[in-house]
Every structure is written in structure tokens, then in C-alpha cells.
Design a protein around this ligand. Sequence first.
Ligand code: EPS
Length: 397
Amino acid sequence: MHLRFHTAGESHGRGLIAMIEGVPAGLDLDMDRDVNPELRRRQAGHGRGRRMDIETDCAELISGVRLGQTLGSPIAMIVWNRDWENWRTAMGQKPPVEEVSPKALRPVHLPRPGHADLVGVLKYDRQDARDALERASARETAARVACAAVAKRLLAELGIGIGSHVVALGSVEAKEPAQLPENLNEVSDRSPVRTLDAEAEARMIEEIDRAQEAGDTLGGIFEVVVTGLPVGLGSYVSWDRKLDARLAGALMSIQAIKGVEIGLGFHGARLPGSRVHDPILRDPAKPRTGGYGRATNHAGGLEGGVTTGEPLVLRCAMKPISTLMKGRLPSVHLLTGEAAEATAERSDVCSLPAAGVVGEAMAALVVADAVLEKFGGDSLGEVRRNFDSYLAHLASR
Ligand code: EPS
């Protein structure tokens, strides 16, 4: 791995730590311009819970940058949890000094189907599911987004852009636009559900509001699109170098993601080959694809685990959030063994629009890793020289 990142932190602990290593030296990085707007994008969207009114996620830089430029050393950041003030007792690192009521420790003994509550207590041999759910929570994705904002900055230097939009939410499907807008996020971020279809947007919002009234939750499908890629990232020579596998693994690691498709995905399996594969054309206006073009992009920008130079098109299916406020599902009390309804605690009704931002983040981290694998250098200048020389060679073939 050429670009490594790591996160730490519990949802209601002091904060989240984000660390990314392998970023070349000499990259301009400004937290307020490059990182914090991405954190704000992850907090937005219709269907989020009250936690997002408490937090104003903001990453504090600890290391790896001097005078506005990266040093090539690990970049460490902290996102403090404002809600920690309300959880000092329940999430304290030391046992309470005075006698406190057991309730003040906010234990969870009725595991929620769908969350990591039950598997967590059994695997880590805990009595209280809070010991598991605090880390399993999707709040951790704030730290991933902070790391990915650095990766996006690097990719932008090479003309590679990443965006996302919601294509289905609950039972509502958005109409597929004939062509995606050039700056995808500029358009999708204007929608409270991050969709491009204004008519579907209204129905998606209604569906979220109805789910909220019913104490239920919703999932859906978002699409991540990466543009400006050169042909040749990833490789078919070994299973773990295939870029489609690396992207799918990274996207599947996002909390609540249950499926990933690339290009036509599952639909392609139902069609004959003549309607699936993308005819090859000569297109001298495309230096990044070696002067070749495709009549269609059903492959979603990947053939043989290698980028074709066409846009990467990745779709993720998110299951509905597992905390139900009403109509709670059957569970079993961890201490008494009695049947009871699962725990309900503050959560979101639908966080699909935010999950799209997290999908962009994971895709950016994987693509930046693949870029450094092929064009790696210790400084941005070296990466750029390697990149430009590859493109010049492609043009001369
Ligand atoms: C999240 C913060 C959490 C949840 C959500 C994601 O805040 P709280 O649990 O304090 O309301 O809103 O987490 C979950 C849905 C989950 O199942 O854990 C965030 O910052 O994204």
C-alpha cells in the first residue's frame, strides 16, 4: 500500500483521530478550504438526526504540514466530539469516582438487529453493547472523510475529480440523466437528498418524513463517479492488485453498505455480451485513454481490474439504519435472557445522502493509492513528472 490511513475514536468519546501516510511533499493543504467543507458535506442531508445539530465537525491539524504544504510525513488530524460533554460519565476512561446510578452509564442490554451490538458483545466478551456500538457507529466515517479530503486534494492536482449522487432512496428511483453534470457535486449538494432528479427529490423527502413519523428508517442507493483518470491504474496480474476488487472492498467497509456494483453491475449479468461490452473507437482527443474511446461505458471504467480511462461508475446499496424508534424488532436481554424489544436511542432516519460523501471518500483513498503505486514519488513534482511522462508516452505510441 502506498497511501495508508487509519482512524480511531468512539461515537460519544472525546473525538476522532484521522491519520494518513504516504502523501507526497509539496501539496498545498488548507484545512478550511480542503478538509472542513468535506466534513460539513458529510453532516448534511434530509433525514439526519439531532446529533448533527450538536456537532459542527471540524478537523484540527496535528502534523505533516508546514507553512501550508505537506512534508511527506504522516498527516494527523483530530475531530473533537462536541457531544462528549454530555457523555463524560458514560464514556469516561476511568471508572466513576463516586457511586453513580447504573443508568448514568447508559448501558445497552437489548441489542438491535442489524447493528454490531450482539456480535460485538459476543466477540469481545462484553456485558454492555455500548462497548461495541460506540466504535461500530458510522460516526467513524467523519475521520475517513478527513483523510480522503487530503487524497482528493492530491487527485485534483492531476485533474482527477470525484462526485456522487443518490439514485434511489427507499422505494423512490431517480430518473437517470442523459448526461451527468460536469461538476456533479455542485448540483447534487444543492439537493437535500443529493439527487439530480427534482421530481424524485420531493418524493424522497416525503418518504423520509413518513418513515420518521412511523419511527422507521430508510436506505437506498448512491453512485460515485470518478473522472479524469488515466488508463492503466490497477492490474490484472494478481487478485489483490485488481482495482475493482480494491474499490469494492473499500466501499463495502462503509457502515450499512450491503452491495456494490461497477458499471452495469448485476443488470449486465442478465444481458447478452453483445449488449454489455463497450465498443472500442479511435479518439485522438483523449490523451488519458491513449487515444482510444468507448461508445458506451457499461464496464464502469474498469476492464481486467485496470482503469480504461473512462469514468469510474460505482454504485452502493445501503441498508436502512438499524435503530428503530417505533415498531422495534424482537431482541433478547443480554443479562436476563428474556425476550424484549430492541433498544432505541437517538439516531438518523436516513443517512444515505451523507453515505454518498463517504463513498466518494473511500473511492478517493483507493484511487489515490493506485495513482501513487503507478506514479509514486516523494514530492508532488516527482509524481507530476511521472504522470506527465506516462501521458506523453501514451500519446507517442
Ligand atoms: C453519526 C453519529 C451518530 C448517528 C449515526 C452517525 O450520532 P448519535 O448516535 O449520537 O445520534 O447519528 O450513527 C448511526 C446511525 C449508528 O447506527 O451508529 C455520524 O456522525 O455520522
